[in-house]
Design a protein around this ligand. Structure first.
Ligand SMILES: [Zn+2]
Length: 235
């Protein structure tokens, strides 16, 4: 298994390449390129969230706990109805994610279970696509692709490290084949993963306009729709 340092180095370098390529090769703004690069770097750490007491787990939950309330602040203000309510919600989100996030994920997963798999890579990319606010489809695809690239680099690295060469012959570690996979050994985990994947894929197809929505929907990202709905409810 590649260690934390190996993963972060690889995905950070990949992120720099991804961001630079997006900016100079495909005409995205430097800030969009930079953000995409960061997403690639973070994407390379995500699969090891299934290791409850690992460095990536600790770092990522600390980072998410700090960043999530900031990102959600405009919505918390609308949902909470007052500045005080928004602040209380922000603190609660911080505490829950920071101190219980790792335990909750740890309870639901086993290391090298479906968190290390191709379908989960697509799930993460689709979550970024659906959550990212932008009217431009290309930008949302850029961000989704960024996190997927980082995630994939992690899976490949884990597989590479399961090949051991002792100078005479190549040996496969027990962990070989447990990262770059489509299904795991637990039927329940497989089923859950694919149900989530199907639901998100459906959402992405509708959001991107590749599939017609069964009900006429307002345009804009998922968050814009939630926000609009909440605003209507409050009024
Ligand atoms: Zn791993």
């Amino acid at each position: 298994m590649a260690n934390f340092r190996g993963h972060i180095t690889t995905s950070a370098l990949l992120g720099i390449g991804y961001g630079v390529g997006a900016t100079f090769g495909f005409g995205f703004t430097p800030m969009q390129g930079a953000l995409a690069g960061c997403l690639t770097a973070v994407g390379g750490l995500l699969p090891d969230l299934d290791l409850e007491h690992s460095t990536p787990s600790r770092e990522l939950f600390a980072l998410t706990a700090a960043v999530a309330p900031l990102v959600l602040m405009p919505r918390l203000l609308v949902w909470g109805g007052s500045f005080e309510a928004a602040m209380v919600s922000a603190v609660l989100i911080y505490l829950v994610v920071r101190y219980f996030g790792a335990s909750i994920v740890g309870m639901l997963t086993v290391h090298r279970g479906m968190f290390h798999s191709i379908p989960t890579m697509f799930i993460v990319a689709e979550l970024v696509f659906l959550g990212y606010r932008s009217d431009e489809l290309e930008v949302r695809l850029l961000m989704a692709g960024a996190v997927a690239a980082g995630f994939l680099s992690h899976l490949i690295l884990d597989e590479l490290f399961s090949v051991q060469f002792n100078g005479i012959r190549v040996k496969l570690a027990k962990s070989a084949g447990s990262a770059l996979k489509f299904v795991g050994s637990s039927m329940v985990a497989n089923l859950t993963t694919y149900v989530i994947l199907c639901a998100l894929t459906y959402g992405v197809l509708i959001e991107s306009g590749w599939m017609e929505s069964p009900v006429p929907e307002p345009t804009g990202g998922l968050f814009q729709q939630v926000e609009r709905a909440t605003e209507t409810m409050i009024r």
